[in-house]
Design a protein around this ligand. Structure first.
Ligand SMILES: Cc1cc2nc3c(=O)[nH]c(=O)nc-3n(C[C@H](O)[C@H](O)[C@H](O)COP(=O)(O)O)c2cc1C
Length: 367
């Protein structure tokens, strides 16, 4: 069905197609109930104290304002991440700012946090939330000076933590000037330290512990990544999301959009993301990694998991493969668990990681 639709969708500008997709998902959500959450199947996992029916989530940016949660939950995701939202609504960068690279199954975007603001999202989540976990991704307004970035994140926390199953601190969008400098160790320490205080205060007042996930870029020198991970190891977050889009341009051939500035996502990002997932997993063995970047089939999903991810997210794959990608990946992962002879994903992954580290299995796995 989506294969037949795609040529038509790809004839309209990408952002218009995206807006149409969100409307279609809203309509779908109005008629289709989300499936009952089978939190007991072979893909069920417990991470961050939350139960997930399967480890595959929607990445941030697809439904920034939480407009299509019902429809998205009905696609079979194990969890959804909404946002990035900023304290005040903002329009983002001038259009065009989203580009398809169909040959590479990639996207380049420089949207710049176009969003309706934190209060609009809080109102939606207050009114309705799906049965599956929902993460909320927060950022800073473009016109907030970097020295005051922490204020924006604290505002985001205060407005949205009450409605989130976990909160993502986005330090890695390439399209808000200077945002990635918040990943510098001392800056990250101060910012995350402040949010840890807010987290403890909420826990004291309401009894709810809302985990903090930090979303990082794939574009680090080895030394800069080590420095950030050393700070995160001091107990400043509950999870790491690796990775956001890349400002690098891995070898990927040319196309009319390939030289557009912005963050690249999709297939050309897969290897880079997997390297970062693996490094974070090794450096922070007690902190779960949410692996994202270039997943467009069950094989890549499995390989991100084996590299160290406890949960997964995707965005670009949905644009190229359509909504059928979600059940295709979960079915493929369930098949992989069955083939391993183990009864659940956690055990199958432990076995696969052991094989990987003993060198008895190649780094990537073919189905
Ligand atoms: C159009 C677009 C908008 C995005 N917006 C956000 C965002 O607002 N916040 C965020 O943390 N990541 C955002 N991302 C990054 C994705 O969440 C994800 O990290 C990245 O695209 C890599 O995954 P993928 O290869 O499966 O797309 C966006 C990605 C795309 C393609």
């Amino acid at each position: 069905m989506y294969k037949a639709l795609r040529p038509w969708l790809f004839r309209v500008p990408p952002e218009t197609a995206h807006e149409a997709a969100l409307l279609a998902l809203r309509a779908y959500g109005a008629v289709r109930r989300p499936p009952a959450v089978a939190a007991e199947g072979s893909l069920a996992v417990e991470v961050l104290g939350l139960r997930f029916a399967n480890p595959l989530g929607l990445a941030a940016g697809f439904d920034k304002n939480g407009q299509a949660l019902r429809g998205l939950a009905a696609l079979g995701f194990g969890f959804l991440e909404v946002g990035t939202v900023t304290p005040r609504a903002q329009p983002g960068n001038p259009r065009p700012r989203l580009f398809r690279l169909p040959e590479q199954r990639a996207l380049i975007n420089r949207l710049g946090f176009n969003n309706a603001g934190m209060d609009a999202l809080a109102a939606r989540l207050r009114a309705w939330r799906p049965a599956i976990p929902v993460g909320v991704n927060i950022g800073k307004n473009r016109d907030t000076p970097l020295e005051r970035a922490v204020d924006d994140y604290r505002l985001g926390w205060a407005a949205l933590a009450p409605y989130a199953d976990y909160l993502t601190v986005n330090l890695s969008s390439p399209n808000t000037p200077g945002l990635r400098s918040l990943q510098e160790p001392e800056t990250a320490r101060v910012l995350l330290g402040a949010l840890r205080e807010d987290q403890a205060a909420l826990h004291r007042q309401s009894g709810r512990y809302v985990p903090i996930a930090v979303k990082i870029a794939p574009d680090f020198t080895p030394a800069a990544l080590d420095a950030l991970l050393a700070v995160l190891a001091q107990g400043l977050c509950d999870a790491v999301i690796a990775t956001n889009t890349t400002i690098s341009r891995p070898p990927m051939g040319h196309g009319p959009a390939a030289s557009e500035p912005g963050g690249l996502s999709g297939v050309p990002l897969t290897t880079l993301s997997r390297e970062i997932i693996s490094k974070v997993f090794k450096a922070l063995p007690n902190i779960p990694v949410i692996g994202v970047g270039g997943i467009n089939n069950a094989e890549e999903a499995w390989n991100h998991l084996v590299a160290g991810a406890s949960l997964l997210q995707l965005y670009s794959g949905l644009i190229y493969e359509g909504p059928g990608l979600v059940p295709a990946i979960t079915a493929g992962l369930a098949e992989r668990v069955r083939a391993s002879g183990q009864d659940d994903l956690g055990k199958a992954l432990s076995a696969a990681r052991r094989n990987l580290s003993s060198g008895s299995e190649p780094n990537t796995v073919k189905f």
